[in-house]
Structures are given as C-alpha cells and as structure tokens.
Ligand binder design. Structure first.
Ligand code: NAD
Length: 350
C-alpha cells in the first residue's frame, strides 16, 4: 500500500427510513400541481449556462416534445446575448442571478432547471419554488440531507413539482434492467457491482475540486451513479454501508475525494460493491441472481449504452437521454405520468 493514503468509514443506515422511501415516495405521483396543465409545451429556464446546459440540455430542448427552452439565467451578459441569438430567446425571459426572483412574474416559464455548482443547488431550487415554478435540480441534489429537506419542503409549500436531473431513469437500457429487477426475471439477486469514474486532469482550480462549491469529489459527482446502480440493480434500499477512500494524487485532489470503494448490504443479504473515482475510467453495472445476470457497459454516460444478459444481448435505439428526461418531467406535470426521479430519491442518495 506504499504511497496510498487510506481512510475507512462505515455506517449502518436507518433501514426504516431509507427502505420506506423506495416503496412510498417513489410510487407514481398522479396528482401533480395544476400549474401549466392547460399548455401543450412547458417553458423551461436553464439556470447556469456552463458545459452541461450548453452541450447537453439546450440541444436536447430543441428535440423535446412537451417542453422547450423558454428562458435563461446567467451571470454573464455576453452569454445571455449569445443564447438569445442562437435560440431565439426574448430578452424579457433572460435573468441574472440578481434579477432571478422576478421570474415569478414570467408566465412563459413553467420549469426552472438548476444547472449550477452543487453548493448553489439548494438556494436556487428554493428560490425557484418560491417563485411558483416547478423545479428540476441537477445531481447531486444538494450538499447535505438538510439542504435536500429544505428543497423538498419549499416545493411542497409552493405546490410545485420537484425532480432531480437523473437522466438514466428515462433511458431505455436502464429502464429495462429496472424492469427485470422489478419482475424478478433473474431471480433473487445476490450480488451487484457498479462503477462510475473518469480521469480528471483539467484545471486544478475548477469548482469540482473545491469542496466549498462541490461538497466533495468523485463520490458527489460520479458516485451518485454507482449508488443509484447498486440500488436499482437489486431493487432495494441498503441497510448498511462500509467504505474506503484512496488517494494517490493528493497534490491535485487537495480538498476532495479521489477514489472511493464501498460495500452495501441489502435486506435479505444481497451485497453490492461500488467504486467511484476522479482518477480512473469505469462505467459498468452488473447484477447476478439465482436465475441469471445482466450487465450494462457502459452504464452511465450519455449513451448509447450497451447491455448483455444471460438471456441474450440488450438492444435499444439511441435517443438523447436529456430529451427523454425533460419530456418525462413535463409529461408528469401535464398528464400525471410518474415522476421518475423525485426529490425524495435525491435525498435518499445524499
Ligand atoms: P460548469 O462548470 O460547466 O458550469 C457551471 C455554471 O455555473 C457556469 O455557467 C458558471 O458560470 C456558473 N456559476 C455560477 N456561479 C459559479 C461559481 N461560484 N463558481 C463556478 N461556476 C459558477 O459545470 P457543469 O458541468 O455544467 O455542471 C453543473 C451542474 O450540472 C453540476 O451540479 C453537475 O453535477 C451537473 N451535471 C450533471 C450532469 C448529468 O449527466 N446529469 C452532467 C454534467 C453536470
């Protein structure tokens, strides 16, 4: 173990609370708020025009059927002008962080999508809810469980719908393995393995390496995919977890975790192993049951994903995951279809 610093921690999870979430709050919500329900397409405002908004969400919003890009919130006036020109956004639907609360008066904005550094998710989600707008909050939902509670409470108080930017819940390979688990088609699942990692070599001053802005490193960023995979890979919520942190590049990862491995124990004895890292490449979900197995590899990038199983390969046409995700959220509001990634799910993962 020369050159490797290592920290261990373990936790017994509150089985009653965590377990309850899977069976109750994730049941299809069929009574969404009536806001915007008379409209054919809901207007979305993106808050934060960084990489994910620019290269994934805005292009996806050119393809969505039930929502469209109606406004932007940015601290950079030159970006506002560029987006107005590129996407035909009227200046009246453009806000700065200072003028953001005026969005309450903007009837063309139904949904506010928070795409900011993690430390800003709670504040802007709560302000969006108080402005009477439905909220999509990017992952990880917030910095702490208390912040998640604040977001969920603000959305409930305002009567607006809350979703987390968990795009994979709208993705067909992921939906297929979730279906197989739900229908018990590989029998009792005894083992799950899930990895989500990429090699970070970029600017050492980026917000993802700054704990005050990110809340943590690999675990907060890619770890949510491993945690999610472990949970939907066996269809249960864990009752205990033990984890180890590894660091080989402390000069780069000064404030945030580099690599985390963890073992989850689930009711009935299912065990799941997960890895997440900002210093390795991995992208996989594997589950083994008494009557078979499945594997997604890759399992959590923007797609197309790919899958195998003991009963043959999986094959689905590729569509933008972000398009599917935002349309699913809009359909929940418009037609009462299930909210596939509600705030309670983001809170559970936190
Ligand atoms: P980014 O750094 O590219 O963009 C962040 C945006 O926030 C920029 O426009 C920046 O100007 C703005 N900002 C406002 N205040 C800031 C501050 N104090 N420091 C730094 N930036 C500030 O980041 P990104 O990759 O677009 O990620 C944004 C969010 O989206 C994160 O929460 C991230 O986890 C999430 N995300 C999710 C996915 C997904 O697949 N669901 C993918 C990428 C990012």
């Amino acid at each position: 173990m020369t050159g490797i610093s290592r920290r261990r921690f373990g936790k017994t999870l509150a089985g009653g609370t965590v377990g309850g979430i899977l069976t109750t709050a994730f049941a299809p919500a069929i009574a969404p708020s009536g806001k915007g329900i008379q409209k054919k397409k809901l207007g979305i405002a993106l808050v934060g025009l960084g990489s994910y908004s620019t290269y994934q969400l805005a292009p996806a919003l050119q393809e969505t059927e039930h929502c469209y890009l109606a406004g932007v919130v940015t601290g950079t006036p030159s970006k506002a002008a560029q987006w107005q020109t590129k996407y035909g956004i009227d200046p009246s639907h453009t806000y700065s962080y200072d003028t953001f609360d005026r969005i309450a008066e903007d009837d063309d904005i139904d949904i506010v999508y928070i795409v900011l550094p993690n430390s800003m998710h709670a504040e802007y989600s709560i302000r969006a809810a108080r402005a009477g707008k439905h909220v999509i909050c990017e992952k990880p939902m917030a910095m702490t469980v208390a912040e998640c509670d604040g977001i969920i409470g603000a959305c409930k108080a305002a009567g607006v719908t809350l979703g987390v930017g968990y795009r994979l819940h709208s993705e067909p390979y992921t939906q297929e393995v979730q279906r197989r688990v739900r229908e018990n088609s590989i029998g009792d699942i005894h083992f799950v393995s899930a990895d989500a990692a990429y090699m970070s070599r970029g600017n050492p001053d980026q917000w993802r390496l700054n704990k005050a802005l990110s809340g943590g490193g690999a675990l907060m960023n890619m770890g949510v995919y491993s945690i999610q995979s472990c949970i939907y890979g066996c269809g249960k919520n864990p009752v205990s977890v033990s984890a180890q942190e590894f660091s080989t590049r402390p000069e780069y990862f000064k404030q945030t975790d580099e690599t985390i491995t963890a073992q989850f124990e689930f009711p009935g004895g299912t065990v799941a192993h997960m890895m997440t890292s900002h210093n390795a490449n991995a992208n996989r979900l594997y589950a083994s049951g008494t009557q078979g197995w499945f594997e997604l590899n890759p399992a959590n990038n923007y797609g197309p994903l790919s899958g195998q199983s003991s009963s043959g390969p999986l094959s689905f046409p590729h569509e933008s995951q972000q398009k599917l995700q935002m349309d699913d959220f809009a359909k929940h509001i418009l037609f009462g279809s299930p909210n596939l990634a509600p705030g309670e799910m983001g809170r559970r993962d936190m």
